[in-house]
Design a protein around this ligand. Structure first.
Ligand code: S3P
Length: 441
């Protein structure tokens, strides 16, 4: 594998692998890292975050918090955040920059809506194309005044303060929307409730409990009612180690499954049930994945994962509630399905069209470039394996998960695969290509 510059974009070249071996830790979960930094900032006292994600997205969160007056010390393997307490953020003197990170802009907007000052937040080109109405609407209903391009897109100008407690049922399954509203709820005088029709990742709820917030979760006919009381004092996270990122692990799991002679052990990976549908789905088609040493760390389930090359067989029809649980893993699952003796059908995954790229288009386009027969739906895709992959010039569309999924495809393709815009991987896992190279060595 070699990296060659192509103006500011890089090209990574990949050839097929016969064998993969490795035993390693992965950087901290991106979703948990963002939340740990934000809760550390509004908690009272010092938080020392270990294994904080090296993802560019999570650095964007730290940059924004610093611009809001939070003292952050960055050392190798350790991020120290001096919490300013629930009323401690200061008005920024510049536009906040979320970079490529949807979680940064959407969650932070919930916090910004609760402040007695005006702030502006934006991000890169991709962020400026992603829908923000989904958070603007509930925050405006709570009393914030928000200006946005075409009432939907960043930059957002948020005039915060005087928020009212609110009960909200998000129209789409989104942990970012849920978390945004719960965070805003912390800055009200009453009880804010999010009614979730389809469960999504619950890291915000887990961490609210870690910082000592009273949180109520009730199951009712219309979904889960998640309620948080406003104006509660929040503790610092103290010494907190972020679990390894299962969504990053997914690329290594699939790489090992489809490579002829492979065995990998991934240590201390987060296996929160709201994120593990991929493991269940892969196991159901014969993947040899063992979940070892299950334990709890800061309220989050964690395990070591052992994976070996496997024969994948069976049909997968994924739709409805399971989609939210494996939404970020669909690109790599589609790559796995090319080596499946069976058919993968994905429906109800319209949300993929408004991720860092239009992921349905990006998956289908790149699979076709590799010679794969695949059907595209408005809300998903269908493909049957086993199909032979041809090395091809892949376009990342500036999307980290597309770049990494197709780098894995390159491991089983004939000839050479080029990932154009390969640098996108650093949005969630800057170490990705090096780790793959280490596993081949
Ligand atoms: C995330 C939620 C999901 C996911 C994203 C991270 C989070 O987005 O795709 O990568 O940390 O809350 P949505 O809430 O838009 O589904």
């Amino acid at each position: 594998m070699s990296v060659a510059p192509e103006s500011s974009r890089s090209v990574v070249k990949i050839t097929s692998a016969v064998s993969l071996r490795g035993d390693f830790h992965l950087p901290g979960d991106k979703s948990i890292s963002h939340r740990s930094a934000m809760f550390a900032a509004i908690g009272a006292g010092t938080s020392r975050l270990r294994n904080y994600s090296s993802a560019r997205d999570c650095q964007s969160t730290l940059d924004c918090l610093e611009a809001l007056g939070i003292v952050v010390k960055r050392e190798p393997g350790l991020i120290t955040v001096e919490g300013a307490g629930i009323d401690g953020l200061r008005a920024p003197t510049q536009m906040l920059d979320a970079g490529n990170s949807g979680t940064t802009i959407r969650l932070l907007s919930g916090i910004l809506a609760g402040q007695n000052f005006t702030s502006e937040i934006t991000g890169d080109e991709s962020i400026q194309r992603r829908p923000m109405k989904r958070i603007i609407e509930p925050l405006v209903a709570m009393g914030a005044r928000i200006e946005a391009r075409e009432s939907n897109f960043a930059p957002l100008t948020i005039h915060g303060g005087n928020l009212q407690a609110f009960t909200y049922t998000p129209p789409m399954a989104s942990a970012q929307v849920k978390s945004c509203v719960l965070l805003a709820g912390l800055f009200t005088d009453g009880k804010t409730t999010v009614i979730e029709k389809t469960p999504t990742r619950n890291h915000t709820e887990v961490m609210l409990r870690e910082v000592g917030a009273a949180l109520q979760i009730e199951t009712a006919a219309d979904g889960q009612h998640i309620s948080v009381a406003g104006r509660q004092p929040l503790k610092a996270l103290g010494d907190y180690t972020v679990a390894g990122d299962l969504s990053s692990a997914a690329f290594f799991l699939v790489a090992a499954l489809i490579t002829p002679d492979a065995e990998l052990r991934l240590r201390h990976i987060g296996v929160n049930p709201s994120r593990t549908a991929l493991l269940d789905v892969l196991t159901s088609i014969g993947a040899r994945i063992e979940v070892e040493n299950p334990r709890l760390a800061h309220g989050e389930p964690v395990s070591d994962l052992r994976v070996q090359s496997s024969t994948l067989r069976g049909d997968l029809e994924l739709s409805g509630a399971v989609i939210a649980n494996l939404i970020d893993e669909i690109p790599i699952l589609a790559v796995a399905a090319t080596q499946l003796d069976g058919t993968l059908t994905i429906r109800d995954a319209r949300e993929l069209r408004v991720k860092e790229s239009d992921r349905i288009r990006a998956i289908v386009d790149n699979l076709q470039k590799m010679g794969v027969v695949v059907e595209e739906f408005e809300d998903g895709l269908r493909l049957s394996g086993k199909q032979k992959l041809q090395g091809a010039a892949i376009e990342s569309y500036g999307d980290h998960r597309i770049a990494m999924a197709f780098a894995v495809a390159g491991l089983v393709a004939e000839g050479e695969t080029e990932i154009h815009g390969a640098e996108a991987a650093s949005v969630s896992l800057p170490e990705f290509y090096q780790l793959i190279a280490n596993c081949r060595a």
